[in-house]
Design a protein around this ligand. Structure first.
Ligand SMILES: CC(C)(COP(=O)(O)OP(=O)(O)OC[C@H]1O[C@@H](n2cnc3c(N)ncnc32)[C@H](O)[C@@H]1OP(=O)(O)O)[C@@H](O)C(=O)NCCC(=O)NCCS
Length: 159
């Protein structure tokens, strides 16, 4: 199966959120409560789509396709040297799409002079990032929009 990664287009924001939601609901439930999941998912409301389009953090976004079908999304914030997001829907999982997204993100970061990338890994994704050379630096948590605290791992990698 052929995996390709390309920049996300401006008219694919709804698709971006759909893949994000499918990945969370399909692949992260083993490690998180229903409250965590509901706080983590970003519903494709007009308000959320507007915020995504505004892109205040200047995320550089990617789309992964498996045999031409969109299955994964990723995001990088250069100013923060942060790998912001990698999500693959269940039907595309364990076929190298997540790794291809990380490779594209790392290449873009390196090309822009970033020497080290940091990320917040959900607990279900820690082994994935470890397999790609990221080291865990601290157990941490983030406060979700619904006020719920979500546990995860701070990780980093020298590029
Ligand atoms: C984490 C995620 C992005 C991985 O995507 P993927 O396309 O399945 O990853 P890959 O196929 O490139 O996997 C590469 C390697 O990572 C490791 N890996 C991936 N998923 C794993 C898992 N669930 N458990 C253990 N190791 C895993 C394996 O070593 C794998 O190689 P292998 O399949 O040859 O054994 C995907 O599971 C996902 O979207 N999860 C839900 C959303 C999420 O948590 N995203 C991260 C937010 S921080």
């Amino acid at each position: 199966m052929a995996v390709t990664v390309r920049p996300l287009r401006d008219d694919e924001l709804r698709l971006y959120l759909e893949i994000h939601e499918r990945a969370i609901r399909g692949l992260a439930v083993s490690h998180y409560s229903q409250d965590d999941i509901e706080g983590w998912v970003v519903p494709a409301t007009d308000e959320n789509l507007r915020r995504l389009a505004l892109n205040a953090d200047r995320e550089i976004r990617f789309l992964a396709e498996l045999d031409g079908k969109p299955v994964g999304i990723g995001a990088l914030v250069l100013e923060e040297s942060e790998l912001r997001a990698v999500y693959v829907s269940p039907e595309g999982a364990r076929k190298g799409c997540g790794s291809a997204l990380v490779q594209a993100i790392e290449r873009t970061a390196r090309d822009n002079g970033v020497a080290r990338l940091a990320l917040f890994a959900s607990l279900n994704a820690e082994q994935f990032y470890a397999a790609l050379g990221y080291r865990s630096t601290a157990r941490t948590e983030v406060v979700l929009p619904n006020g719920h605290r979500m546990a995860g791992m701070q990780m980093e990698k020298d590029l």
